[in-house]
Ligand binder design. Sequence first.
Ligand SMILES: [Zn+2]
Length: 323
Amino acid sequence: MFLSMSLRLRVEVEALNMVEAMGAYSRHRTVSLLKPRGDGKGYRLVIAPAVSGQAIAYGYMKTLVALALQKNLPVCDQCRGYEVKGGFVKHGTDTSGDEETIVRNCIVEDVTGFMIAQAGVRRTSAIQFSYMVPDIDFSEAAIEPQFHVRAAKPGEKPQPFQVEAGTAIYVLGIALDIDKIGVVADKDGKPKPVVANRLDRVKTAIQAIAGLIEGLMFGAKKARYLPIQEVVGAVAAVSHPVPFMVTPARVSRDGNYITKTISRAENFAKLFSDVGEWIKLFYMDREGVVQEVKPSTVEATKVDSVSELVAKVLEVVEQKFQG
Ligand SMILES: [Zn+2]
């Protein structure tokens, strides 16, 4: 099973300055984006503050440690001690080790991967986070970078200029390869489960996503996180056996991410019908971007909050686990 999500987060732009204070693991980045000019004459270069996928992943790992300890799931000493060690070392300085043992002993490294360079042992992360970038297509009012740079005409220098604005909509993408959790590849490259109760780990990994987002919104350590005011929209898909990615949660003149995801999912399921592809969709829409959802062969359920979204995803995953 594969889970993909995209969220729309309302962020206080002034607070974005505080992202700088998120620490060594959470550096403030900028991204260059192309925004179509309203007059149809090409694009404009917009440089906007962003939060790296690495920074989001760090917040996720912290959430995962806290949740796993509460549930008595294995977390290795190095991951438990991330605060003292100044981050997640993940056996990176070890000289030996094997994937199976580390996966058994630590849910954090199971889900988020690790690399022991000296021993040539690595595990790619089952979870992936995109950069969190502003939705610049949305509307003029929602372009909230702290500064812009106009693309230069020939013979002119690029011209930076300030934009005053209150809030911005940011888009964040998350993907989780559920089949990878608690599983390693055997000698022949076939998947081999190595933990007793995979479902426990899978549930925890998914719950930690809700913990991360809610934590970003209401966390006590706001100065170290990106202060998010509200999740205004989201779409999630659980798919099997072929991984389906939701459409990034952007809104533009040519349509919205919810409608696009539904119609893409329908075509995707049709394309892979010979392998029995199924997709379940969930969406949340506080902005009213969807007027009506047309009947589709793919089930799309509306929810009201991130917690409900994650709860619904968990339900589907649990059902599938129980066969
Ligand atoms: Zn660990």
